[in-house]
Design a protein around this ligand. Structure first.
Ligand code: FEO
Length: 393
């Protein structure tokens, strides 16, 4: 993507990756992504904020060249993950006078991950201000969004917050501005669910830390630039809050129909009690959609048949991910079936220790569900209705 102009002194020089469909060989990217990098030209010095994934190094270098820049004084590395840092070696080679500015933890990571010589990297303490002449960049440490070394950079004069992954969205678009891109909210929520949700508590602290800044734009390193920053700030406040929806997320697998029969009955039992349900048949579930549903739901119920002695492997994978993203669900349970025995419930519940949820009594059928199974599902639905009623305002 050709460079685009944010202000008189700030340019977006990164790359749009229209075709990428997986991140970390795990996270689906239905709408592609972008690796944003920004040039800030002061009256005396020039800074580059972040770089791009190394697969797109040529786009970044070409855009910097198009701007006629022959000297970069500072390369600010807000984050050491390779989709933002991976092109640092090429930029350093092209601009040998440049110094990299990172947090102290970032310095170690860049040395380890990219083997960048330590003498080219400057550790920046929290609150360090870099003067470019008529523009000043403040480096603000915001750890754990989503690595330990992460920071954001604030352009004091143009009131732009360069937030890197924080507030980002995996969205390939030719548009620069989020206000003109209706898909950005959904993409940002998906991004939060997949990447940021495990760090909900620390995000609150970082939100407070940047709360005093006068921000005209938030320029993340994935997705469009927020020209109306309150939209994404309000969305984040909602996602990181403790409030939950009257909703059950129900990821499941059925092999021979027993668990599917239970799931069908259970959905009706919840809906007739006024509880919303989001079922996900894991045979064809986009894990990002499942993660997004977990942002707000009050309860997660996992449905599985028994394979040999344990849960179905696709359920194991979904349970592992649900546990890893640490959703704010208050309640959890398991439903499912078995043929001749096993420890499906014990194994699954043992995989969900990261959830700070109260476990409700599971419902397990031997073979096809019976009337007794359906009464047990009614009991579980009653309990969920009651529990949700007790926590909703
Ligand atoms: Fe976009 Fe944590 O890298």
């Amino acid at each position: 993507m050709y460079y685009r102009q944010l202000t008189n002194t700030t340019f977006s020089v990164g790359a749009v990756d229209w075709n990428r469909r997986l991140f970390d060989e795990l996270i689906p990217l239905p709408d592609g992504t972008s690796y944003n990098a920004y040039i800030v030209r002061g009256s005396e010095k020039t800074a580059l904020v972040d770089t791009v994934d190394p697969t797109m190094a040529d786009v970044l270098l070409e855009n910097i060249g198009r701007l006629g820049i022959d000297r970069i004084d500072y390369i600010i590395a807000n984050h050491a993950e390779q989709d933002h840092s991976g092109t640092l070696p090429q930029v350093m080679e092209r601009y040998p006078e440049s110094s990299i500015m990172v947090t102290p933890k970032g310095k170690t990571l860049l040395e380890d991950l990219l083997r960048i010589p330590g003498n080219r990297i400057l550790s920046a303490e929290d609150g360090t201000v870099i003067s470019l002449g008529d523009r000043n960049l403040e480096l603000i440490h915001t750890p754990w969004v989503h690595w330990p070394e992460t920071m954001v950079t604030y352009n004091r004069e143009d009131r732009i917050l360069f937030s890197c992954d924080f507030f980002g969205s995996h969205l390939a678009t030719s548009g620069l501005w989020a206000s003109a891109e209706p898909a950005v909210y959904e993409a940002a929520k998906r991004y939060y669910a997949e990447i940021m949700m495990p760090f909900r508590t620390v995000i609150r602290k970082n939100m407070e830390k940047i709360g005093g800044l006068d921000i005209a734009m938030i320029a993340p390193s994935h997705g469009p630039v927020y020209d109306n920053p309150s939209s994404i700030l309000d969305a984040y406040r909602d996602w990181i809050s403790d409030s939950v929806r009257n909703e059950v997320v129900l990821p499941y697998i059925s092999m021979h129909g027993s668990t599917q029969h239970m799931v069908n009955y259970f959905i009706d039992a919840l809906v007739t009690r006024g509880v919303m349900v989001k079922p996900f048949n894991l045979v064809s579930t986009d894990l990002g959609e499942l993660a997004m549903a977990l942002v707000d739901a009050a309860t997660i119920v996992i449905g599985s048949p028994t394979v040999l002695t344990g849960p179905h492997p696709l359920v194991v994978s979904a349970a592992y991910i649900a546990n890893m993203v640490r959703p704010k669900a208050r309640f959890a349970s398991i439903i499912g079936s078995y043929g001749w025995g096993g420890k499906m419930v014990e194994q699954l519940s043992g995989m969900l220790t990261g959830l700070k949820a109260t476990f409700l009594e599971p419902v397990i059928a031997k073979g096809l569900p019976t009337e007794e199974t359906f009464r047990a599902l009614d009991r579980l639905a009653n309990e969920i209705q009651e529990k949700h009623g007790s926590i909703m305002v």
